[in-house]
Design a protein. Sequence first.
Length: 438
Amino acid sequence: MTALAIEEVRLTAFKSFRDERFPLAPLTVLIGRNSSGKSNAFDGLEVLSRLARGEDVIEALESRRSSSGPVRGGLAGCVPHGSDRFSLGCTVRTEDGPLDLDVTVQVEPEVRIIDERLTRRTAKGPRKILVSGEPSPYSGDIQASWHNGKPGKNPSGPFRGSRLLTSQLPGRVAGESEGEWETIWCAEAMLAALVGVFHLDPVPHLMRQYVQSRDSRLRRTAENLSAAVGGIQRTQPELFESLVHQLRDLADHDIERLSVTKSELGDVMLALDEGALGLTPAREMSDGMLRFLAVTTALLTGGDGLDLGSSPSSSFKEGTFLMMVVEELENGLHPTQASQVLRLVRNASAANGTQVLVTTHSPALLSALESTDHEGVVVCSRDRKTGTSRLTRLTELDGYPKAMAAGSLGDVVTRGRLDLTGRAERDYSEFNRLFGIG
C-alpha cells in the first residue's frame, strides 16, 4: 500500500478559472468573498474525482440518478465562457514520485475526451505513461499510446473517447513487461487518489428520519447518519466512545450517552440522553449538532466508513486514501467551537492520513488556525477587469508578515489589515473586501 496525497489541482480552463493552480496541503482552507470562485475550484476537484470512476462523461457529470446528482451547472457549466471545452489536471504524490494527469473534455458538438496525458516524474525526467492522439472523426474513439519500457515505439490503440482514458488503462494493458506493470500501477495510483475524494455536504433535515440499520456507510448528505453511528457502536466501540467524547466537548450541557433507538420495523434513529432534560431524538436535534456529528463521524471513520461510490477495480486497498471536502465548515456552530473543530480535523489527519479541504467565512475559525496552518490557506479572488478567478497562497500575499505581527488571522481579516497587491492587476486592496466585511 502506498501513501497518496493530492498536491495540486490545475484549473487550466474551467468555469471562471484560466491557468490557475490550486495547491493542496494536509489541511487546506479556501477563503474569499462570495462569488469569488471558491465553489468553482471545488467543482474542478469534483469533476476529476467523478471521471476517475470510469463512467461516461455525461453520466458522471450530469446524472440525476446518483446520490450526488449532477455537478453544479452540469457539463455546460464547466466550460469557460466563449469556449466549447474545459481542461483540468492534478498532481498526486506517491512514495515513488509524483504523477501528473491532464485532460481536456469537449462538450460541443459532442461530448468526448480530446486530449489526455498521464505522466510520471522520475529522477531522469518526466516519463510519458499515457499520451492521447487525434480523436477519430468517424467514431467515438481516440487513439492513445502507453509506456511499456521497451526500446522503440510505444504500443497504441483505440480508447473510448467518452470515458477518462486513464480509467481504461488497467483493463487495456496486458502487463507483459515491467514497463507495462509500471503503467498499470501509475494509472491505479492516480485513480485511487481521485476516487478517494469525498465531498461531505450534510443536510440536517434529511438526518432526522429513521433509516435502515444496514445502510451504515455515511453518504454525502449524511442522511444515513443514524445508521453510520449505529454501525460504529456495534463494530468499533472505542471509536464510538471517541465520538461521544467529542460531542460532550461541543455541548454546553450534560450528555450522559449517545444511543441508537430502533423502530418497530428495525430502522434506527440517533438519540441523546441529556440527563434531566430527557432523551432527544435526531428529529429534535439542532442543525449544528447534526452537522458536527456528521463531520466528526466522517473524520473518525476515514475512507472505510464512507460511501465513496463505485470505483474501478484496483490493487490499491479500498480506503487507501481520503480527502474530505466540506464547504462552510463553521455552519451551525458557535464561534467558540471553532478551535475544537480544527483540533478534530488535525487529529484525524494525523491519525489516518486524511487530507481535508474546507471553506470558511468565520473569523473565529481563522483565528483558531496555527501559524503552521497558514501554508495551507488559499485566497480566492475575482479579477474585476477579466472576470476570472485567482488563487494565491496566503503566505505569498504582500504584507503577510507585517499583518500577522498585528494579530491573529481572524483579526487581520476583520480589520482589513492585509494588503492584496500580490498581483498588480488585482483591484482589491484590503483583505476584508474578499469577505464582504465593512
